[in-house]
Design a binder for this molecule. Structure first.
Ligand code: OAD
Length: 246
């Protein structure tokens, strides 16, 4: 494991030779856009709110009004946020390598707003509304405390993956396929604590990819990465893309 904020030549060489680059992002990539992360001590969402009281199907059944109020608050934060240099650098990197697969745990749509295409939304999208009964995508209605399904009358729920719920099948399949096929795997702005997303780097490593962690706070898995770039993604990712063209 190499830890520094400069981009190692060996990593640049691996990126230049790569047929396929896979990028996994977490809340940290949106931190510089003012979107709170989940686990950071002071202002992480889970430091202030109990995940099990807000991000589970049981919590929704118990108090859908509270859950909708919370998710509408988060939607406002995200809607007011702008993609940052880290989001834009990933979109630029996709133009620089033969193939790039972007998997995000974020539900904030900021990668798409930065120009990234075919983003795999591993934990769904906060701006989608789905029928609580059958999960079908529905046109929500912000005028009521809890919108209902026009098909069956059930409550609608935010289109995000809650604890205890499965990852959308296609997203899981496409992510595992990409991780197993890539030559370079970048794990950016994630604490690597939530599975199955946190297992994708292992899958890439098992298939001989060069695995890289970009995080100002090296995670508990840092030792298993080939390179750990300790710093903010909004600084390191543009530096990495610029260094590629040198
Ligand atoms: P976490 O809040 O667990 O971790 C955010 C990570 O980003 C931490 O390791 C920080 O050190 C790092 N970080 C902070 N600022 C950064 C910056 N400017 N640049 C790069 N990294 C930075 O968020 P996730 O790992 O995304 O799931 O959490 C995974 C999942 O747990 C989320 O998708 C959500 C949550 O519960 C569900 O709700 C299903």
């Amino acid at each position: 494991m190499t830890t520094n904020s400069d981009i190692p030549d060996a990593l640049l060489a691996a990126l230049r030779d790569a047929r396929h680059v896979c990028v996994l992002t977490g809340a940290g990539v949106s931190a510089e856009s003012g979107v709170p992360t989940f686990r950071e001590a002071q202002d992480g969402l889970w430091a202030k709110y109990r995940a099990e009281e807000l991000a589970t199907p049981e919590a929704f059944l118990a108090d859908p009004v509270l859950i909708w109020r919370w998710y509408r608050w988060r939607r406002e934060i995200v809607a007011d946020a702008e993609p940052n240099a880290g989001h834009r650098a990933i979109a630029a990197l996709a133009e620089r390598v033969p193939k790039l697969t972007l998997i995000t745990q974020n539900v904030d749509n900021l990668h798409q707003r930065a120009g990234s295409r075919d983003v795999i939304e591993f934990h769904g999208n906060i701006f989608e509304d789905r029928c609580f009964a059958d999960g079908s995508l529905q046109a929500g209605d912000d005028s009521t405390a809890v919108p209902t399904c026009t098909e069956c009358g059930s409550n609608l729920r935010p289109g995000v993956v809650w604890f205890g719920e499965a990852i959308p099948e296609q997203a899981l399949h496409d992510s595992c396929t990409a991780a197993a096929d890539c030559d370079v795997f970048l794990s950016v702005g994630t604490s690597s604590l939530v599975y199955p997303a946190a297992g994708l780097a292992d899958l890439a490593r098992q298939n001989d990819a060069t695995v890289v962690e970009i995080n100002p706070n090296p995670t508990q898995h840092a030792a298993s990465f080939d390179f750990c770039l300790a710093g903010n993604s909004g600084v390191i990712l543009p530096e990495l893309v610029n260094s590629l063209s040198l």
